[in-house]
Design a protein. Structure first.
Ligand SMILES: CC(=O)N[C@H](C=O)[C@@H](O)[C@H](O)[C@H](O)COP(=O)(O)O
Length: 227
């Protein structure tokens, strides 16, 4: 795998097509349809969670797939692709990029070994980080790109209803290659992230979680009701 796949994504939108436990969209056929709709709208790539979903999406489109698993484990807070075996399986199923937790939290397997396994399987590594220090460490350990995915989701990163704009600035000033991901909930946010130096932008909820989007609207209506 060459870095060509990153060039295909550069300057473009990646749509994360995921359905959480309990969602009526949690079905590989539906995830495949969401991915096709995203491609129809101009997405350069898709971010897909789970083996069955990666397989289903690979069967219907050849756009680059960023694959990941979400695995709840008792021994660690790391849940995005926590093991090399999962990472390699994603690559075998057709993910050209494997996303995995690149935070500095205790993890079941060392980062460098996981990166080597992904590269050995012919895929690239997107390390999902929550701070600029984690980005530095992950890139030094061999990640091909970092994603701001986990900012706000670790105890030591900035929480907030908005994207972590400060982290984007820090990554740019440090000269580190990054994808912007997380709480980019409007086209203007995506454009701002690109202007802030992102190689590409990943949007999930605002495009593919209708339950979440509906909640934004219903809450706005409730707030607008007269007392
Ligand atoms: C923190 C975490 O587990 N993020 C997940 C990573 O794959 C997804 O649930 C998000 O939808 C994705 O990162 C895109 O973000 P947003 O949905 O905010 O556009």
């Amino acid at each position: 795998m060459s870095a060509d796949v990153l060039e295909r994504l550069r300057g473009g939108l990646v749509v994360s097509c995921q359905a959480d436990p309990g969602s009526p969209l949690r079905d590989p056929f539906i995830i495949g349809r969401l991915a096709l709709a995203a491609v129809m709208g101009g997405a350069r790539g898709v971010r897909i969670q789970g083996f069955d979903n990666v397989g289903a999406v690979r069967a219907v489109t050849d756009v680059p797939i960023i694959g990941l698993t979400k695995t709840d484990r008792d021994d660690t807070d790391v849940y995005i692709t926590p093991t090399a075996a999962e990472a390699v399986r994603l690559a075998e199923l057709g993910a050209q990029i494997v996303a995995l937790d690149g935070t500095d939290r205790p993890r079941p397997e060392p980062l460098a070994a996981m990166f080597a396994a992904v590269h050995g399987a012919g895929a690239l590594v997107m390390a999902d980080i929550s701070t600029v220090d984690e980005a530095r460490l992950a890139l030094a350990a061999g990640a091909d790109i970092v994603g701001t995915t986990l900012s706000g989701y670790t105890p030591h990163s900035r929480p907030g209803p908005e994207a972590d704009w400060m982290l984007l600035d820090e990554l740019r000033h440090a000269g580190l290659p990054f994808a912007a991901e997380g709480r980019l909930n409007a086209p203007d946010d995506a454009a701002r992230a690109m202007s802030a130096g992102a190689a590409f932008v990943v949007v999930g909820s605002a495009i593919t979680r209708p339950d979440v989007i509906t909640g934004w609207f219903t809450r706005a209506l409730q707030d607008a009701l007269p007392e």
